[in-house]
Design a protein around this ligand. Structure first.
Ligand code: NAP
Length: 525
């Protein structure tokens, strides 16, 4: 099947001519491949003004960019409440002034009067094509295939545009299937955060256009990315039909640093790989459905995932049931944070959290993992990170004591991994060589809190704080003041990302790049 070229289209949504002219120049300078003049945003809409704008867009872009003129109906997401006949008149004017495309609501095209005006204008030129669009702002279309067929039966020369809200990432797959099936021009994408990936992989699937705004303020539809995000964060220009897909499965996902970290490192090794934020909601059911959808569609090219809150246990269950290989420590920890899809379509599960912690620790001290055998380690915290750290330390034979606010949780973890436990009130007697904070104490915004008062810290200790926001916690600052060796949370984050990168690509990631991205992101908060 021939994959269409996707046109990166920037909407020009301005209230007047001057604003629009400025937006046109900015969009062209930012790398737009096509412009959509959203003339329903104009305050004094008239046929003359639209003709003037089309002429402006044609004369002030070099090379000249193709233009879509859209005058959206209020019910279908339009900005102004202009009468239907004015909107049709404006589109006829756009045809007369040589716009390459006009976008009309399919619903409006079904009226005989509108249809006659539009068809008559189009019959006088071979320059302009009609886009017939349908939107569903609530949910997915009941039958997107049927709607697509119906539109083309009514107007075989048209490009069908079908846009709907994805309330869940699993809603996107109907749209992907349609794009995969249609060898001709077709525009399909999903609105909302759960549908964001459809705007990025549009280029992989040959969607006729994808839309991106100039900046945050000029977004014209929910979930629209800026052209900068699409090009810089998601490597838009390097996406093609062979691009392999990866992503972080999480809920929430918007603040994840993983897309920036992995995409930059994919670029560093010039891999044809793309890393996406995957908002998977709906607990275990939503997770299983997502995996099923992905594995059912080999042509989508998903090859691996990072997995985080709340899906690490779901990922473990999934691999335990239907997987190919499960790392034994991931099973001991009770969490899978990395999934790799093999060429045979089967899934393997790993945990790189413990590897990240252990690698950060040994590289900071300058020892080998085996040197931790019989070393006294105090682990503060008995949550998910505490569990991964205890499993990693048990694996190398360290002598562990788990300290936790809820002592029964410390006790349960200690019994499982055959180590000692105590409450936080006994920390004053701490006599460990290595202390690891696995609680959220000291994390932004409570940056003046520490799990271990400075009086308890000793020069001979190694102090490791898994908290990475802020980059330097109070615990780390005070440990440095007493002359102790320190290991920070960014180092752990980077080491777990490096371990994931190796599983995804088989190659070593660039630690320096990863460090820089995480450090900058934490500092810019
Ligand atoms: P979790 O499962 O929710 O566990 C939280 C732990 O913190 C529990 O032991 C909890 O004690 C303790 N805790 C929370 N608030 C406390 C307080 N006010 N006083 C005393 N103890 C308190 O969370 P997690 O997934 O293990 O994550 C823990 C921290 O690790 C996160 O906050 C994050 O900063 C850090 N982290 C770092 C990385 C990295 O790559 N560097 C990755 C993930 C997480 P109770 O059992 O008594 O509730």
């Amino acid at each position: 099947m021939q994959i269409m070229e996707t046109n990166l289209t920037v909407p020009i949504a301005a209230e007047n001519f001057e604003q629009a002219a400025l937006q046109i120049t900015t969009a062209a300078d930012s790398g737009a491949e096509m412009l959509e003049l959203r003339v329903d945003y104009l305050q004094d809409l008239s046929v003359g003004l639209v003709k003037k704008l089309v002429a402006e867009a044609k004369s002030n872009t070099s090379p000249q960019l193709p233009i879509i003129v859209t005058c959206r109906d209020k019910q279908q997401g339009g900005a102004g409440s202009y009468p239907e006949q004015l909107r049709i008149g404006v589109l006829v004017g756009a045809v007369e002034s040589g716009a390459e495309f006009i976008d009309l609501e399919y619903e409006n095209y079904l009226s005989a009067q509108n249809r006659e005006r539009i068809d008559s204008a189009l019959s006088k030129t071979s320059k302009t094509r009609l886009i017939l669009s349908a939107h569903n702002f609530e949910t997915k279309f009941a039958d997107i295939d049927k709607l697509h067929t119906e539109i083309l039966e009514n107007c075989p020369e048209a490009i069908a545009k079908l846009v709907y809200t994805a309330n869940n990432i699993n809603d996107c797959f109907d749209g992907f299937d349609l794009l995969h099936k249609t060898s001709g021009e077709c525009i399909v994408f999903c609105m909302g955060e759960a549908g964001l990936i459809s705007r990025i992989i549009a280029r992989k699937l040959g969607c006729f256009v994808t839309f991106a705004s100039i900046d945050d303020k000029s977004v014209t539809a929910p979930g629209q990315l800026t052209i900068g995000e699409l090009k810089n964060l998601y490597r838009y220009d390097s996406i093609n039909s062979d691009t392999e897909l990866f992503g972080v499965i999480a809920s929430p996902v918007a603040h994840s640093l993983s897309p920036a970290v992995h995409n930059t490192c994919f670029q560093d090794i010039r891999a044809n790989m793309l890393y996406l934020p995957l908002l998977v909601q709906g607990g275990k059911k939503g997770f299983d459905e997502f995996m099923h959808n992905v594995l059912d569609r080999k042509w989508l090219g998903f090859r691996g995932f990072s997995v985080t809150i709340p899906h690490k246990a779901h990922a473990l269950d999934y691999v335990s049931g239907a997987g190919e290989f499960l790392e034994s420590l991931a099973a001991d920890i009770g969490a899978v944070n990395t999934l790799k899809i093999g060429l045979n379509g089967r899934v393997s599960g790993y945990n790189t959290d413990y590897a990240g912690a252990m690698n950060a620790l040994v590289s900071a001290i300058g020892i080998k993992k085996r040197d931790l055998h019989n070393v006294d380690v105090a682990v503060i915290g008995a949550g998910g990170v505490g569990r991964a750290v205890v499993a990693g330390l048990t694996d190398v034979g360290a002598k562990i004591t788990i300290y936790n606010r809820t002592v029964t949780k410390a006790q349960a973890l200690a019994e499982e991994f055959k180590c000692k436990y105590a409450g936080l009130d006994t920390l004053s007697q701490i006599d460990a060589k290595i202390v690891i904070n696995c609680t959220s104490i000291g994390m932004y915004p409570n940056v003046e809190a520490t799990p271990l008062p400075q009086d308890y810290l000793k020069k001979e200790m190694v102090v490791f704080d898994t908290v990475y926001n802020p980059a330097e916690t109070l615990l780390i600052r005070q440990a440095k003041q007493v002359g102790a060796k320190t290991v920070d949370g960014i180092s752990m984050f980077v080491n777990q990302a490096l371990a994931q990168f190796k599983i995804f690509t088989g190659r070593n990631g660039n630690a320096e790049i990863m460090n820089k991205i995480v450090f900058q992101a934490v500092h810019n908060k």
